[in-house]
Design a protein around this ligand. Structure first.
Ligand code: NAP
Length: 257
């Protein structure tokens, strides 16, 4: 018999990086975790490594057929979803193998190729909302549900408009600004869902060595994933929260928008 007592989570882009760490932590804490991966084989390998309650699911968030198939599978198996972690993202849509500096240099607002900007925003913004909209009916069927969207401190307008921030040149039009748009959309969703069973949170990992930044991040993937795991798993934060790693956030890890 299906029961609402099991906690069921889906993590997008969980085959590697921060998403893999989040999925692993959820599985270790009694969640049944769907390990979302656009390449099913990579998802299956990740789910095997996580073990126990992890199950691979093919999910390309830019593909509506893939979204529908995944949503139908969760609906058939459980009929509800307790936690959606929107983790999947890309940092560029140009040539691979470039350093982070080369990517950022090419993504300045004055020269960013508009087609590449659209591709990155398609994944990071529009597709992230599309998968969320599709899963909302299942989230509303859980007794208490959360949507945790992995954003970035790089998306904060307050942080990047401060001339004293030495890292503000990393706020590019393609990736950084896509996270600003993401923040806006998910804050809007948090306000809309304020009086429902679904809480909405935005969270930044640390600057983490993953494929996203050519492994140039300064935190290990375990360190960088601490705050997303806290928000997904542990802390019962107010809906509409935007938090980041303890070392560069305010009280209770809150980040300025
Ligand atoms: N690393 C950092 O320093 C940092 C800092 C701030 C925020 N973030 C955010 O943290 C999150 C995780 O990034 P990461 O650093 O762990 O990067 P990553 O290792 O490159 O992982 C990104 C994941 O997203 C998946 N993905 C990309 N496009 C997708 C799509 N259309 N559908 C489904 N999955 C897709 C990738 O799949 P493939 O393996 O198939 O490519 C991969 O599993 C992202 O939201 C990122 O913006 C990272």
């Amino acid at each position: 018999m299906q029961t609402n007592e099991k906690k069921v989570a889906l993590v997008s882009g969980a085959n590697t990086g921060v998403g893999f760490q989040i999925a692993k932590a959820l599985a270790e804490n009694d969640y049944i975790v769907y390990v979302g991966s656009r390449d099913l084989q990579k998802g299956e390998a990740a789910a095997r490594e996580i073990g126990g309650k992890a199950k691979a699911i093919q999910l390309d968030i830019t593909d509506s057929n893939s979204i529908n198939t995944a949503v139908n599978a969760i609906e058939t198996e459980f009929g509800y979803l307790t936690l959606l972690v929107n983790n999947a993202a890309i940092s560029h849509a140009g040539k691979s193998g470039r350093t982070m500096e080369e990517v950022l240099g090419a993504q300045r607002a004055s020269i960013a190729p508009i087609n590449e900007l659209k591709t990155v925003w398609e994944t990071n913004v529009f597709a992230t909302l599309a998968i969320t909209q599709s899963l909302l009916p299942l989230l509303k069927k859980a007794p208490a549900a959360r949507i945790v969207t992995v954003s970035s401190a790089l998306g904060s307008l307050q942080i990047n408009s401060n001339p004293e921030n030495p890292y503000r040149s990393a706020f590019d039009a393609v990736y950084g600004a896509s996270k600003t748009a993401l923040n806006g959309i998910f804050l809007s969703l948090a306000i809309e869902l304020e009086n429902t069973n679904v809480k909405v949170h935005l969270v930044s990992p640390g600057f983490t060595a993953t494929a996203l930044n050519n492994f140039q991040g300064t935190d290990t993937v375990e360190e960088g994933s601490i705050e997303p795991i806290r928000v997904a798993l542990v802390e019962d934060l107010p809906t509409g929260s935007f938090t980041g790693p303890a070392n560069f956030s305010g009280p209770n890890n809150f980040l300025p928008w």
